[in-house]
Design a protein around this ligand. Structure first.
Ligand SMILES: [Zn+2]
Length: 394
């Protein structure tokens, strides 16, 4: 199910965020999140399409007076922030940063007085220009000329590294504190996706043509950034996220495949623009981002179509089964990515198929043949034909 990740969830929060404050001390910005009770948290920064400080929390209510929408303006390095429930069991505060930053300290404080708020404290500091250059994929040492930069980048994007086997990242949706949707007879989506991911890996590896990386191989919840990180780090050839769906109508059943929609693509592009505006290579970055996004969308859609052909051989498809979504896991511009909803846990037949080893084998076999077909259609020579890439005049 992917609705929860998009829409948030009322959840069953008995904990609340009561305030968000900032302090500035020289180059350092202190972020303080005040909560009613002590909570576990995890903070990390993200560079790339935009610069953010992300703080993951358990499922919590937002109860900051004056900021009912869960959004506010920042101070120091923080431009602004927003709070949302990113799954039925977790909440997140995303701080948009005006500059790439590193976390230099983080700790929790008990209330200063009885009945007072608990505090999560995160100190961030502007990272050096060198760090940013590396993170953005460009370095001054390679900046011989604009042309060589463009070619270097285009090659990095369009020519997968020389490898004996294609690298496929298989993402089992949900996990850990986030069970996903729950079936009519109690099946957890997170269990179904993990079993399917393992089976898909087994079958793909058995062909000898693929190397498979799972974003998780047990009942844990990797963040979206971690899932995307696996594909970015491995420079994967393909990313497949496995999910099971849910519908209020018990009759709705069948598989569907999601690719990135235009709106999300615009957002990714917009972020790239904002980020790149800071560099002298802004225009180059911008052009290349456009190319990456266009190429990726074409490839993801091509893969989705091939996949659906094969999936239809192993079971029913939802009507209009190629859909578009605005999902973070599909947002990395470098790797063709699809999200497969394998069926509906809210439908009895689908649920029993999704929990049956033989049905799973059949469905994953159809995905394997879809992947085979995709690479066969694409051919090894396609990327060598760089004439088809029209670089805008400078
Ligand atoms: Zn799901």
């Amino acid at each position: 199910m992917l609705g929860a990740a998009l829409l948030g969830s009322a959840g069953m929060a008995d904990q609340e965020v009561r305030d968000v404050r900032f302090g500035v001390d020289g180059a350092r910005t202190r972020v303080v999140i005040e909560t009613a009770e002590a909570v576990d948290f995890r903070a990390f920064t993200l560079d790339g399409l935009s610069d953010r400080l992300v703080v993951d929390l358990p499922d919590m209510d937002w109860s900051v007076s004056g900021l009912e929408a869960g959004e506010g303006v920042g101070h120091g390095l923080v431009d602004g922030f927003r709070f949302f429930n990113n799954s039925s069991a977790s909440s997140r505060v995303v701080f948009e940063l005006e500059h790439p930053a590193v976390i230099v300290g983080q700790f929790a404080l008990d209330p200063a007085e009885p009945g007072g708020n608990h505090r999560l404290v995160i100190d961030v500091e502007r990272s050096t220009e060198d760090t940013f250059q590396t993170a953005s994929g460009f370095s001054h040492t390679s900046a011989g000329s604009l042309d060589s930069l463009i070619m270097e980048r285009v090659e990095a994007v369009y020519v997968p590294p020389e490898r004996e086997r294609r690298v496929i990242v298989v993402d089992a949706g949900h996990g850990g504190h986030d069970p996903g949707t729950i079936g009519r007879s109690g099946t957890h989506e997170s269990d179904v996706t993990l079993e399917a991911a393992r089976e898909l890996r087994r079958q793909l590896e058995a062909t000898g043509r693929y190397e498979v990386l799972l974003t998780r191989d047990r009942d844990v919840y990797p963040s979206w950034e971690q899932r995307v990180g696996v594909m970015a780090d491995s420079r994967a050839d393909l990313f497949i996220s496995l999910h099971a769906d849910s519908s209020p109508s018990a009759n709705t059943r069948g598989a569907a495949v999601y690719t990135l929609n235009d709106r999300a693509e615009d957002r990714a592009r917009q972020r790239g623009r904002q980020n790149n505006a800071r560099t002298e290579l802004a225009e180059v970055n911008h052009i290349l981002l456009e190319l990456e996004l266009r190429e990726k969308r074409n490839q993801s859609s091509a893969f989705a179509e091939v996949l659906l052909e094969h999936l239809s051989g192993s079971g029913p498809l939802l009507s209009n089964p190629h859909r578009q979504a605005n999902l973070f896991v599909l947002l990395d511009p470098r790797v063709p990515a699809v999200l497969v909803e394998m069926g509906f846990l809210s439908n009895r037949t689908d649920e029993s198929n999704l929990t049956s080893a033989s049905s799973r084998r059949r469905q994953m076999a159809s995905i394997v043949s879809g992947i085979d077909d995709y690479f066969a259609n694409r051919g090894d020579d396609e990327f060598a034909d760089s004439d088809t890439i029209a670089l805008p005049a400078r």
